[in-house]
Design a protein around this ligand. Sequence first.
Ligand SMILES: *Cc1c(COP(=O)(O)O)cnc(C)c1O
Length: 415
Amino acid sequence: MNLQHLRNYLESRTEPVCAYLYDLAHLRQRVDMLRRSLPLQCKLFYAIKANNDALILQALLNRTDGFEVASLGEIQRVRAIDGDVPIVFGGPGKTDAELEGALEQRVMLIHVESEHQLRRLDWIARRRNLVADILLRVNPAHVPPCMDAQVSPEAGCRKRPQQATLRMGGQATQFGIEEAQIPTLIELAQTLPGVRLKGLHIHAISNNLNAQAHLALVEHYFDLAEAWQRRYRLVFECLNVGGGIGVNYADPHVPFHWEGFCAGLSALIAARRPGFQIVFECGRFIAADCGYYLAEVTDVKTNHGKHFAILRGGSHHFRLPVSWRHNHPFMVLARDAWPYPFSRPAVHDAPVTLCGELCTPKDILARDAHVERLRTGDCVAFLLAGAYGWHISHHDFLSHPHPERVYLDNGMERV
Ligand SMILES: *Cc1c(COP(=O)(O)O)cnc(C)c1O
């Protein structure tokens, strides 16, 4: 999406602007590029929880190897656009109805997260005379310690203390089966006629910006998988290494070094020659860059010596910056029209805090961010809003109108 597309959109609207704009052409190009650069032995799935809009899924259909889902609702969203596309199903809380639904909807692989889930799936599949293909989801005993460390800029990472990385594994969480228990579960799975063990799944961290550290993570997963293959004389078909490749909200110009990561991965595969397929299931890294969240400035004021801009919109539409406690990157789209016969509140060359319209002091999308000029009536466009934006937000808190949700395809609006 270029600036002109954003401006065209602004000019076409008279009400205070509040909208998500998604760029489908860019999304297609991006995922094609990502998939092309992965080594041949790898598959790329899209984790739909990042953004499950039908047009987004349609754009990614046939451009990824399939979709990763975490509920029966998500299975149905995928099946609504395609009856056959491969689906892999994770999540710690799958109910019996969800496991039944997954079998009914011909989910390709179920990622089993506990012994009880394994036994229930076996029981459900057997009653249907089916055998469910599964991966065991591992919560590793540890993950490589370099994950939060400073490495060279060539690796695409700088230390950003304010930028959190969530951990699902390598520590006590509700996710997966702890490493020490995996041998018992491999043995158990081999005795259960309703399941067929195809390999392992490990999704241990989220929003990792460090390509070298991510490579070390994948190598560690190879070590785990190969050790168990040897010990149990097994041949895994698949090692799913999860998602978690990061998006640099603090500095969008220094993204995760994808090319370096892929080159390192090729070398690793050449050296280790693993027999299994390596599956990635990325959400953020695929979808973030295709979305903008636009909000008009409805007021500018100074309180206790600080400048505040109030937006038509806020964290009820775009919860991500509050959730990750970061200042979200944005650009100012100037608008010269000013309808009132009195002066225009503005801030010049100063830090300003961008607030939403909610009645809570937590409704802040960027704090003390420097602007050259921001006037009431201008518009703010938040970047990297295509993943975990609208879909994680509490839309009806305070009953403000929802944003418009617009999908552009080479500048043309799709409906
Ligand atoms: C959320 C999630 C993903 C996608 O994570 P991203 O950080 O968006 O790449 C992949 N796998 C599982 C199991 C998840 O829960």
